[in-house]
Design a protein around this ligand. Structure first.
Ligand SMILES: Cc1cc2nc3c(=O)[nH]c(=O)nc-3n(C[C@H](O)[C@H](O)[C@H](O)COP(=O)(O)O)c2cc1C
Length: 203
């Protein structure tokens, strides 16, 4: 697959996940090795830790926590999401215990508060998260972030997995082989609507 196709057709896949096919550890390791080439602020460049959950009993516990947190998030913010995204999100949350691999990228906590610090903090792991998702795609896998538990239930997941108190979970990725091979570019705003040169709104 060429780079432009990879970059324009890698989607957040929530309904086309193969729930019956295990994900080999070696594939996850290879994708993480690739993802570690992503940029990070120098003081955080070696600070990441990724926890992969394959054990069905652990996945079931985490899925239960996610379901409760998601119900609360949807009560509060569900009206902001598009209908299709909501259907997909509900489907994923409803099947999360069956998703073969749950992946939690982590950084040392606490999460900073200043704008510049926050930018460097999340900016030091989201490039790697996206590279990981792209690398998964090259192996025929798909993924979606599904991080509802960060809304008040992070400590519950930390306790289940033995994640230390001073470590922050950045998200939860649902990872599986994809039942669909081909994906299309998504509808996005036209570049001319979101871009201006030499200032905010130059014609
Ligand atoms: C930072 C971030 C957090 C996200 N969290 C969730 C989530 O908790 N649940 C979910 O269903 N999708 C989540 N998503 C996926 C987005 O909803 C998805 O990217 C969006 O629907 C557009 O779909 P696409 O990526 O296929 O274009 C997240 C995406 C990002 C970048």
């Amino acid at each position: 697959m060429d780079a432009v196709t990879l970059l324009t057709t890698t989607r957040s896949v929530r309904r086309k996940l193969d729930l019956d096919r295990p994900v080999p550890k070696a594939v996850l390791e290879d994708c993480l090795r690739i993802a570690q080439q992503a940029p990070a602020a120098s003081f955080l460049s070696e600070a990441q830790h990724w926890v992969v959950v394959l054990d069905p009993a652990l996945r079931k516990e985490i899925a239960g926590i996610t379901r409760e947190a998601a119900e609360e998030a949807w009560r509060q913010y569900g009206s902001l999401a598009g209908e299709r995204a909501m259907i997909s999100s509900r489907h994923l949350v409803g099947h999360l215990d069956q998703v073969p691999a749950l992946v939690l990228p982590c950084l040392p906590g606490p999460v900073p508060t200043g704008t510049a610090e926050l930018s460097a903090y999340y900016g030091s792991i989201y490039p790697a998260i996206w590279s990981f998702q792209l690398a998964l795609r090259t192996h025929g896998l798909a993924s979606s972030l599904c991080s509802y538990h960060l809304g008040g239930r992070e400590a519950d997941v930390a306790r289940i997995l033995g994640i230390p108190d001073d470590v922050a979970q950045i998200g939860l990725l649902a990872v599986a082989y994809s039942t669909q091979r081909e994906f299309s570019p998504a509808a996005r705003p036209a570049v001319t609507d979101i871009l201006s040169f030499d200032g905010w709104a130059k014609p």
